[in-house]
Design a protein around this ligand. Structure first.
Ligand SMILES: *[C@@H]1O[C@H](CO)[C@@H](O)[C@H](O)[C@H]1NC(C)=O
Ligand SMILES: *[C@@H]1O[C@H](CO)[C@@H](O)[C@H](O)[C@H]1NC(C)=O
Ligand SMILES: *[C@@H]1O[C@H](CO)[C@@H](O)[C@H](O)[C@H]1NC(C)=O
Ligand SMILES: *[C@@H]1O[C@H](CO)[C@@H](O)[C@H](O)[C@H]1NC(C)=O
Ligand SMILES: *[C@@H]1O[C@H](CO)[C@@H](O)[C@H](O)[C@H]1NC(C)=O
Length: 276
């Protein structure tokens, strides 16, 4: 789906001959620097072209000339052959080629000039979308006409929700899965970075009902409670043996907490022997 590309985070993009067959992205406003492949002899003539239009040309024995479109922004070094164009705009996207001493250098430089992605807005449609709807549409919205290749991601806030790459518009069904999602968010990403929308409430969200304690958990808790009581009694006996008989082992919170639920105490008594 994606072409191979390089990106330039700096305000200046130097593209050398080695990178020629790669689509190079630079940001709107940056300076482009294109460096030719090695050539022999001093430059007698040179022509830089952009999509088959002339950027700058030096004909043998004449002075350097630029096309009106590039006159204020471009410069060609007649010793090195390097072309510089400042303040790149979207319309400067395309193929640059150079001819030196009447030899055209093959390949060329494929350049894309793009903006950062905007902060997207997550929209839910139709506007009547509610918990009564069967399905609705989520759109990751924003002006991306100059943002180059953009990928979209959605985030469903549910447990450890993760970002997933999706289409720009996705349908959500009012089913158990979606009902467990609290909020949605979406993300736009291009070669220069990414931005996220805010969290948007899921109209299908159903808050979880309080879960009754399953019987097995109850038994485990009962066993633990029994051990706690026995521990408390054992500790209490040890304590009274080594201290005054009038002292009560009421300091043990375990003992007090489990005293009212004395049921497992007898049943668990034999186990207390394994208790160190
Ligand atoms: C860059 O180009 C934009 C739009 O063409 C223009 O408004 C701006 O003044 C230019 N900036 C420079 C430094 O040339
Ligand atoms: C939708 O939500 C309203 C109020 O929030 C509630 O009264 C109604 O029962 C819900 N309907 C469904 C189908 O869940
Ligand atoms: C996504 O939906 C919006 C309207 O919500 C529409 O304008 C846009 O064309 C859709 N995009 C795609 C790729 O279907
Ligand atoms: C969805 O929930 C309903 C009732 O809450 C249940 O009957 C149904 O089996 C659930 N479906 C799935 C796929 O979990
Ligand atoms: C949705 O996000 C808001 C804002 O962060 C948060 O206050 C709310 O608790 C979230 N709702 C759910 C159901 O998670």
């Amino acid at each position: 789906y994606f072409l191979k590309y390089n990106i330039w985070f700096t305000a200046v993009a130097l593209i050398t001959a080695e990178a020629q067959n790669t689509l190079e992205y630079l940001e709107v406003g940056a300076k482009l620097i294109l460096q030719p492949k090695p050539f022999s002899g001093p430059i007698k003539s040179i022509t830089w072209r952009f999509n088959d239009n002339i950027v700058g040309v030096l004909d043998e024995g004449q002075s350097l000339r630029y096309s009106t479109a590039f006159r204020d922004r471009a410069s060609v070094d007649t010793t090195t052959g390097v072309l510089e164009i400042s303040n790149m705009t979207k319309t400067d996207s395309g193929l640059y080629k150079v001819t030196i001493n009447n030899k055209i250098q093959d390949g060329g430089y494929d350049v894309g000039v793009i903006k950062q992605v905007p902060k997207p807005e997550l929209k839910i449609t139709p506007s009547t979308c509610s918990n009564e709807s069967k399905s609705c549409l989520l759109s990751c919205d924003g002006d991306i006409t100059e943002a180059g290749p953009v990928t979209f991601y959605f985030y469903f806030q549910k447990g450890d929700g993760v970002w997933k790459e999706r289409e720009e518009n996705i349908t959500i069904m009012n089913d158990n899965d979606t009902q467990a999602v609290g909020n949605f968010s979406c993300r736009m990403k291009n070669p220069f970075g990414q931005k996220d929308s805010g969290l948007v409430n899921n109209p299908f969200y159903v808050p979880p009902k309080p879960v009754p304690i399953p019987p097995t958990v109850g038994i485990v808790l009962g066993v633990l409670a029994g051990l706690g009581v026995i521990g408390g009694v054992g500790g209490g006996v040890y304590y009274t043996k080594n201290k005054s008989k009038n002292d009560r082992p009421s300091a043990s919170p375990n003992y007090n907490a489990n005293d009212s639920d004395g049921r497992p105490l007898n049943g668990m008594h034999s186990d207390s022997k394994e208790d160190p």
